[in-house]
Ligand binder design. Structure first.
Ligand SMILES: [Zn+2]
Length: 332
């Protein structure tokens, strides 16, 4: 069994919102009256759909690789046949993200990379001690990190658990309007801190302000501390404010830490037309193509309203990326 026979590898990432992030339930067009954010149907916690992330990462990878705009976007050629995805075996954008246009007799390709939804991992809330980052066992479980994937709910539902250090000596903490007793005796806290620092790169200033609450309380805290902004719809034809078009919208606040997984299929198991995939030769190389364009998220952001100072996200750098244990089955 050798590495390159694995059918896929899954890589974990975390990123911190540098601006409020709004990914609406409707279209992403500027000025569209679209005031709610996408939520997980089960947990009711806001998220960024993997399809939204894949869309922007495709565009940013195309920019990074000099393949913009043809290999970005939906890839439909113009009526005269010009443009659209190139669909070549040596194109890092078309092999990693797939393509619509058939090459020869073949009819498109699904792509080697698949993005999970981006889930809220750590949520910033104002307190008397400054911002605190709140999480819960459910949010930690969905990272699938070793030691966290089977976390049970908390021993006491009505408290906030903190790391035992001098900043945790306060007997209580206010999280927005909630006044919560503090405890430091949750057995799993050490594992949680170690994993999110090492595997996801969560910085020390967040770790020192980390609080863990029950799943139910987390849902409540997130939904009652979303940013709500008021804006004016602009008529795209005139650039003027549309009369009466004031609208409000929700956003994840600046400082929110999101988690997502990138599943990378093994290029050796696919052909583009008659050719082997030439742009990448392993799941790690697929990851690298995507990761090379993460810096664009910090400049150009994700979600709607990018021109209103929204959506920029910094992907965190892990000390020890957890990438070797989640791989797919070996194929002999
Ligand atoms: Zn291409």
């Amino acid at each position: 069994m050798t590495m390159h026979n694995k059918s896929f590898d899954t890589f974990q990432f975390a990123g911190m919102a540098l601006d409020p992030i709004h990914v609406g339930t409707g279209g992403a067009r500027l000025g569209r009256v679209d005031n709610t954010i996408v939520r997980d149907p089960v947990t009711r916690i806001p998220k960024v759909p993997g399809s939204s992330l894949a869309g922007v990462m495709r565009a940013y990878t195309a920019m990074a690789k000099g393949k913009y705009p043809n290999c970005a976007g939906l890839g439909q050629p113009a009526r005269n046949g010009a443009g659209g995805h190139c669909g070549q075996a040596d194109c890092p954008v078309c092999t990693v993200f797939g393509f619509a246009k058939g090459v020869g007799a073949s009819g498109g390709f699904a792509g080697l990379a698949a993005f999970s939804d981006m889930q809220v991992l750590l949520f910033p809330v104002a307190s008397q001690l400054g911002p605190q980052w709140i999480t819960c066992p459910m949010a930690l479980r969905q990272t699938n990190l070793d030691g966290l994937s089977n976390l049970g709910d908390l021993p006491d539902q009505q408290v906030v658990y903190r790391k035992a250090d001098k900043t945790a000596n306060q007997p209580s903490l206010n999280l927005g309007w909630l006044f919560m007793p503090v405890k430091t005796d949750w057995q799993q806290m050490g594992d949680v801190v170690q994993k999110i620092e090492e595997a996801l790169g969560v910085p020390g200033y967040i770790i020192s302000r980390l609080g863990v609450v029950s799943d139910k309380l987390f849902t409540y805290i997130v939904n009652s501390n979303l940013e709500v902004r008021t804006s004016v719809a602009i008529d795209p034809a005139t650039g003027a404010a549309e009369e009466g078009a004031l609208f409000t919208y929700e956003a994840l606040p600046r400082g929110t830490v999101l988690f997502w997984e990138l599943t990378c299929r093994n290029p050796k198991h696919f052909k583009i037309g008659q050719d082997d995939v030439k742009a990448v030769d392993s799941p790690k190389k697929v990851r690298d193509v995507v990761a090379d364009a993460y810096s664009y998220l910090e400049l150009l952001g994700i979600g709607g309203m990018g021109s209103r100072g929204m959506g920029r996200l910094r992907v965190l750098t892990a000390k020890k990326p957890a990438d070797s244990d989640k791989s797919g089955k070996d194929v002999s």
